[in-house]
Design a protein. Structure first.
Length: 232
């Protein structure tokens, strides 16, 4: 059995471009940190935006591996909590919930039944592949709270406890750094011209993010295998 999932391996590959930007920034910092400060800041800011995007992509890809495995191994639907099925059909359900006109409600229910009825037949297995883009809907800006909520969609309600036990004293620093990264990324995306990090600080953030993702990967893959089927 592989140590990590393919989602984590892809994440590590994408980190190469983050490291490339960081190294360019570091070289310029060594050359002339004052004269080249604008270029250093731009490279570091770009690295952080990419890092946040790659973190989000990793979490989604980990979830997609789990969803695809249900179809691959034809897993029975028994044992999944109702919230899991809600997230499969969340787009339809929310449309119905937000509609007041009876005729339009009826139309949306027919559309829901026509598209998703097979997912809700819990007497059968997952013979139809779950559309991951729909299941992943609403997950973005991967703060720790949002990542935990996303993982809870699969029924892994003990994730925080297991993560805390695995990281021990590093739990708070690591999860705080995830939130800090997303906060910095949001400020950059909204045009804050001041917020930035030094190349050394970027390196530290990458280290914390890798620690979070590798631990999450091991915990989630083990839990999923014990509950349903392997994903690594």
């Amino acid at each position: 059995m592989a140590r990590f999932t393919s989602a984590y391996s892809s994440f590590l590959e994408r980190l190469d471009e983050v490291e490339l930007l960081r190294r360019f920034a570091m070289l310029k910092e060594r050359k002339n940190p004052v004269l080249l400060r604008n270029e250093i800041n731009a490279l570091s800011r770009g690295a952080l935006v990419l890092l946040s995007s790659h973190l989000e992509a990793y979490i989604k890809e980990l979830g997609e591996l789990a969803l695809d495995s249900l179809y691959k191994y034809q897993i029975k639907k028994t044992g999944f909590n109702p919230a899991f099925f809600y997230h499969i059909s969340k787009d339809f359900i929310d449309q119905i919930k937000d509609t007041s006109d009876p005729e339009k409600i009826g139309e949306k229910i027919f559309a829901f039944l026509g598209n998703d009825l097979s997912f809700w037949d819990v007497s059968s297995d997952f013979s139809v592949q779950i559309p991951s883009d729909r299941f992943n809907g609403g997950f973005s800006n991967p703060s720790y709270k949002k990542i935990r909520a996303y993982i809870n969609r699969f029924g892994y309600t003990d994730f925080q406890r297991d993560l805390c036990n695995a990281l021990r004293a590093d739990f708070q620093p690591v999860t705080n750094m995830i939130d800090h990264l997303v906060d910095v990324r949001n400020k950059i995306a909204h045009g804050d011209p001041i917020v930035t990090k030094t190349p050394h600080e970027v390196k530290d953030i990458v280290r914390f993010v890798k620690c979070f993702c590798s631990t999450t990967d091991a915990l989630f893959a083990t839990w999923w295998r014990q509950r349903h089927c392997p994903i690594r």
